[in-house]
Design a protein around this ligand. Sequence first.
Ligand code: SF4
Length: 458
Amino acid sequence: MTISVFELFSVGIGPSSSHTVGPMRAGADFADELRELPSTVRAVTVDLYGSLAATGRGHGTFAAVLLGLEGNRPETVDPDDVEKRGAEIEVTRTVYVGGRDEVPLCAEQIVLHPLTVLPRHTNGIRFRAELADGTTHEAVYYSVGGGFVERESGADTVDPLAGSPGVPHDFDTAAGLLETCERTGRTVPQLMLANEIALHGGPSEVAEREVRAGLLHIWEVMEACIERGFRAEGMLPGGLGVKRRAPGLYRRLVDSDGADAMDWLNVAAMAVNEENACGGRIVTAPTNGAAGIVPAVLYYALKFRSSLAARREQVVCDYLLTAAAIAVLYKRRASISGAEVGCQGEVGSACSMAAGALAQVMGATAAQVENAAEIGIEHNLGLTCDPIGGLVQIPCIERNAIASVKAVNAARIALHGDGTHRVSLDQAIETMRQTGADMLSKYKETSLGGLAVNVPEC
Ligand code: SF4
């Protein structure tokens, strides 16, 4: 499977890539399928399984699916319209499938199966449509983390370990990536750039320009999210009573002379995750719940390292390409889905991505990048997913701040070494996969264990 950097960093909406972005994409894909059929749609049923059913309410899954069925997509939908249109549907109890066929459906009618896990993944969605000509059309989708969706059916089934013809430097292990760097004399971002250019129809100057412009746009959206989070006061939605803290901290940092770099890391990460919790415009990195870490570390690097700020565009591209190369390894060899392997797959992967990417732009060798990424995941192994009330707020927001600091430290440790180290990134990723497989499902985005059951919601 070829994974593009623009799939790993995709523009969407909060609060969850697997529970909001993925379900909206699945709904829109199903609506596209229906549009191809010769008959109009009379009725649609939606069944949610596993983690989507258990925590879908707090993650905005129901409105996401319904708006997806109406043809909305996370990359273009206006975040402000989601809540408004979701509320309208609950009053009228009808949706316009594909923006065309009016059918009776609302959140209350979505059938939940929290204790049933479909064979392929815990985030399952089954759509069934009755058509005016008396036939039916059915499809099962899986939201597999990071906003990626897979449809259950032979041709569309994707094997995450399959090879990637069509790119010049395919790799699915860190060892393979290092070997290719060694053999070609290229850096990690140079290899990723060549792959991405090929995916854009290159090699050509036009394709390279497109890729670079796309990466800079991703950073623009990330930076705008940080800036919005610095200024948006108030309470987070969902009834947990959590106040947005980034604006207060931001004001104190601006007013004080000797603000510590660590405070800026914290505030940038929290700003993104508070925006995410409010359903704002977010870039998956590699998921929404963990979306604060990659931008916060880049924000820190550009703010506190003048040598990096002076080469801003190159640094942004190299940073995002390196982070994406590391994310590919997690996606292929383990998982970036909290519902599949716990928070180690979300915040752990993001910490590893940011650590390796920061090391890269600070001049690391490929071996040091791999070392930084390994340190970034090693100390997140075993991290469970237990969001209180099924909301992406506690522990998620602070956890992004903590992991951002950890990522910077991981890069610093790696840069003080020569790249040789005892535990390889491949071994750490495999450990993460095995730990996730052994983790009880109550710790995998079901809100049935951990903080979610030990802290009263109100
Ligand atoms: S605890 Fe981690 S994996 Fe779970 S929702 Fe929060 S950020 Fe995502």
